[in-house]
Structure formats: structure tokens, C-alpha cells
Design a protein around this ligand. Structure first.
Ligand code: TXA
Ligand code: MG
Length: 324
């Protein structure tokens, strides 16, 4: 197939994206977190194509995107706690793992056979398209499995461009890291992935305590692969010193020792603002990777505090640095 078109999010192009999706094709769409590779969640062939295009293991289930809580309730059982979380945080970067309803019509490939389904209501263009076609859209991040998630249309097109017909350009994603994923069982919330909504945001909403997932918990968290978000270069964390030829991903106003010998330096946030750092994270990793070329370069990363949006940043950095 020829390269995908990148088209701005105009009325006409949104209509075109909706037509392609309703016809069972894949389209990359902007969300507030990262670009998603969308397909009709009720169409098994379209969903299978997502796994093929991304080279994604079929044991890794997909998030289903809806345009509101009522649409979610067609596919999952929504407990009062889940309803309250939707009311507080939707549309927004929160995915909820809830019991899948019998005869939901959601293709079993979407859930990788689990009895639960992750649902999320994104902001903007994505939700407009769901509303327009009246069907839920399955959408993982629009990258090749294991690589950096795209936060710009060009990055999505570069990753998947020859394999999909269209990328809708909605500009740079505001949040920059993926949604927070929370499993809700009756009145218990368990964090499966740190993301765009912080633990502090959730706990301040007064919905109760957010539990950590235990290692041998009954709640499945498939697809949380140890190595993920990986640039071509190796990633060295908590760098207090820079070695000759390394690229530096900096944070805040205090520099690592010998930062002058870095091949390139980008600062996630000069002022130490963690939301700004999350917004810049994937794009900066990509840019430093490009500077280092395909060689066996190293990106040294200065320490980033683990509070607030730093929890998601550190999660992504740990996976980027993990053994491949
Ligand atoms: O912000 C986001 O969530 C983006 C945008 C496009 O919406 N999507 C995204 O999708 O990050 P993906 O496929 O890259 O990550 C989805 C994660 C995977 O780790 C998967 O294992 C988990 O969600 N997941 C999906 N369904 C699940 C379920 N039923 N139980 C537990 N984990 C689930
Ligand atoms: Mg992903």
C-alpha cells in the first residue's frame, strides 16, 4: 500500500475517517494522551488487522473507546463506583477495567479472552468520530508494539504509514502519556497502569483508596511488558553524570555532572513541572534517538521525582530502559 495521508481534523476529513472506520478500515486518530490506531470494536476482521499492523501479541487486550458512560454501559457492568469515576474523569485520560457484559458484541480478540473489558472516553475529535458512527472503537497506541508511543501525527505516520490509509492530524497530544488504567471490582480500585490522571487526582476525588496491583493478584494485567516504549538507543536512568557521546534527557534546573559532553540535550521541564515533562517525554526520546542515529547510542536520563505525573513518567522510563 502507498503511504497514508495525513489530513487536518476538518469536518470533511473527520467524515472521511468515520466512513473508513465504518467500512472496517484502520485510521490513526489523535487523543489527549497519544495517537491511537482505531478500528470498529464490533468488527473482528478490523480488530485482527490492529494486531497485524502493530505486530502486537494477541494476549495483549485493547482499550475500547466510547463517547460517554451510556455507551460504555452497553458493553460492561458499571458499578456505582465506576459510574462516579466516569462522572468525574470522562472525557479524559482514564481507562476502567470492568466486567464484560454477556452478548456485548465486542469481538473476543479485543479482550484477549478475559472476562473484563477496558473502556475509556477520550476528548475531542476521537469522541466526535465515535458519536458519528455510533459504534465503539478499539484503539491501542499507534506505534509498532514495544516502541515509543506517538504524540504527533507525523510520528504515527512514520511508525505505521505504509500500513494504514489515513492519519488525522489533531496537533500535539496535550497529556503526552497514555491513560491511567484502573480495575474496578465492586467498591475496590486497583491501579494497573499509571498515566494521565494521577494517583493524587483519583484520591482527591473522594472515591476511596487506590490499591496497587499485587504480583500474584487475580486481576490480570496482560501487556504490561517489562520492555516497552523503547527507543533504538539504550536508556540509562537516574544519571548524575554524563559520559562522552551520550545524549542527555534532562529534568529541572540542576544539571548532571559533565553535561557539556552530551551529544545532545533536551530538558523535559526547566521548571521541574511534571505535567510538562509528561507532555514532552515521548517526543524528546524520539528526537534524542534520531540524533544518536541507529548506532548503539545511550540516552542518559536525569532523575525525575515519582510523585504526581512523575509516577507515569518513571513507569515509561523504566520500561524504556528494561532488558530487551
Ligand atoms: O491513552 C491510552 O490509553 C491510549 C489511547 C490511544 O487511548 N491507548 C493505549 O492502548 O495506551 P495500549 O493498547 O497501548 O495499552 C492498553 C493497555 C495494555 O497494557 C493492555 O494490556 C491493557 O491496556 N488492557 C486492556 N484491556 C485490559 C483488560 N481487560 N484487563 C487488563 N488490562 C487491559
Ligand atoms: Mg501502547
Amino acid at each position: 500500500m502507498s503511504f497514508s495521508e495525513i489530513l487536518p481534523a476538518t469536518e470533511q476529513n473527520i467524515a472521511k475517517a468515520a466512513r473508513l472506520l465504518a467500512d472496517g478500515q484502520l485510521v490513526a486518530l489523535p487523543t489527549e494522551t497519544v495517537y491511537g490506531l482505531a478500528a470498529d470494536a464490533l468488527n473482528g476482521r478490523a480488530v485482527a488487522e490492529i494486531y497485524a499492523v502493530k505486530n502486537r501479541p494477541r494476549v495483549n487486550p485493547l482499550i475500547v473507546h466510547v463517547c460517554d458512560a451510556d455507551m460504555a454501559a452497553r458493553y460492561v457492568d458499571v458499578s456505582p463506583l465506576a459510574r462516579e469515576l466516569m462522572r468525574r474523569f470522562w472525557p479524559g485520560p482514564l481507562s476502567l477495567v470492568l466486567p464484560l457484559r454477556a452478548e456485548s458484541g465486542i469481538d473476543s480478540l479485543v479482550t484477549a479472552g478475559l472476562p473484563t473489558l477496558a473502556v475509556r472516553c477520550p476528548q475531542g475529535v476521537f469522541a466526535d468520530i465515535i458519536r458519528r458512527i455510533g459504534r465503539p472503537l478499539a484503539a491501542p497506541s499507534a506505534n509498532i508494539s514495544g516502541r515509543i508511543s506517538p504524540t504527533a501525527a507525523q510520528a504515527a505516520a512514520q511508525a505505521l504509514g505504509e500500513k494504514i490509509p489515513l492519519v488525522i492530524d489533531g496537533g500535539i497530544c496535550s497529556v503526552g502519556v497514555e491513560s491511567t488504567i484502573i480495575a474496578v471490582e465492586k467498591d475496590k480500585m486497583t491501579l494497573l497502569r499509571a498515566g494521565g490522571i494521577t494517583r493524587e487526582d483519583i484520591e482527591a476525588a473522594g472515591c476511596g483508596k487506590l490499591h496497587m496491583r499485587r504480583k500474584n493478584s487475580a486481576i490480570a494485567a496482560p501487556g504490561q511488558m517489562q520492555s516497552h516504549y523503547a527507543p533504538a538507543a539504550r536508556v540509562r536512568l537516574k544519571a548524575r553524570e554524563v559520559y562522552e557521546g551520550e545524549a542527555l534527557l534532562a529534568f529541572g534546573s540542576k544539571r548532571a555532572k559533565n553535561y557539556q559532553c552530551a551529544a545532545a540535550c533536551l530538558n523535559l521541564s526547566e521548571t521541574g513541572n511534571l505535567r510538562e515533562a509528561a507532555h514532552n517525554l515521548f517526543a524528546y526520546l524520539e528526537q534524542l534517538d534520531a540524533v544518536l542515529g541507529k548506532s548503539d547510542g545511550i540516552i542518559a536520563v536525569e532523575p525525575v521525582p515519582a510523585k504526581g505525573a512523575g509516577e507515569a513518567i518513571n513507569d515509561r522510563l523504566r520500561r524504556a530502559a528494561a532488558e530487551r
